[in-house]
Design a protein around this ligand. Structure first.
Ligand SMILES: [Zn+2]
Length: 259
């Protein structure tokens, strides 16, 4: 599978997936149909499907236009978001398999950013996951429709994928996320090194995706609530915070909301 990131809107990514025949394609998160359809045409591809991670407008804003432009376009989304994903033709629940553009994938139900959020996991070749606004490089999505404990559970499902899994997330937030991570864990060398690499990429206007599950385990504060330095940093500011993991995670999310 070839994955082509398409920058959309201000800091979103749509991901064009090209199947094994080099012609059939699908797009993950069609926030704006114009640039997606132009890229499809420029590359001589045939767009067969849209995969929507969640119902937010900056992820599904182009679904109707794409469906109008391409007869029989499949639009796949979460069963829990049946009424919220525009132009939906196929609804998936947790663990259900699907096939697009000759690629076999599996839906992972990962609610909390929204109550219907899905990730799309492709295992063959280099395993890849499209994590929408749940897992970002060095960050996680805001809790619009779920609790901290639910987000921990959803992130845990993604963290359980093979270490080499490539992560394609919904936004280019990596640099700011790593600055925040660096403040929580000033002596974490993986965070400091990745921040340097990411600053250089962004200075050149290049995307910082994909990350990998292994990199996220080493750098992402929302997977590192057990880390003693992270906990000590938070405790210095909030001495009365209970020792339990959910409280640490929730406070980390709260600090990031205000960062
Ligand atoms: Zn969102």
């Amino acid at each position: 599978m070839d994955v082509i990131p398409i920058p959309l809107l201000s800091d979103n990514y749509g991901y064009l997936l090209v199947g094994p025949d080099g012609r059939r394609a699908a797009i993950v998160d069609c926030s704006d149909a114009g640039p997606v359809l132009r890229e499809v045409e420029r590359r001589g591809l045939r767009l067969e499907a849209v995969l929507s991670t969640h119902h937010h407008f900056d992820h599904v804003g182009g679904n109707n236009d794409a469906a109008d432009a391409i007869p029989k376009l499949r639009v796949i989304g979460s069963r829990a978001d049946r009424t919220r994903v525009p132009a939906l033709t196929e609804a998936l629940a947790d663990g259900e398999s699907f096939e697009v553009a000759g690629l076999r994938g599996r839906a992972l139900f990962i609610p909390a950013h929204t109550s219907g959020h899905l990730a799309y996991f492709f295992e063959e070749g280099v395993p890849s996951v499209f994590s929408g606004d749940t897992l970002f490089a060095a960050g996680c999505g805001r809790l619009f429709e779920g609790s901290p404990a639910q987000m921990m559970h959803s992130l845990g499902k993604l963290a359980a994928l093979p270490d080499a899994t490539r992560i394609y997330c919904g936004h280019e937030y990596t640099e700011k996320n790593l600055r925040f991570a660096h403040e929580l864990e000033p002596t974490n060398k993986d965070v400091a090194d990745k921040l340097k690499r990411v600053e250089a990429l962004r200075a050149d206007g290049k995307p910082t995706v994909p990350s990998t599950i292994a990199e996220e385990k080493a750098t992402n504060p929302f997977l590192r609530w057990k880390n003693p330095e992270l906990r000590a940093t938070i405790r210095k500011r909030f001495p009365d915070l209970p020792e339990d993991d959910v409280a640490v995670f929730a406070k980390t999310r709260e600090l990031k909301d205000a960062y």
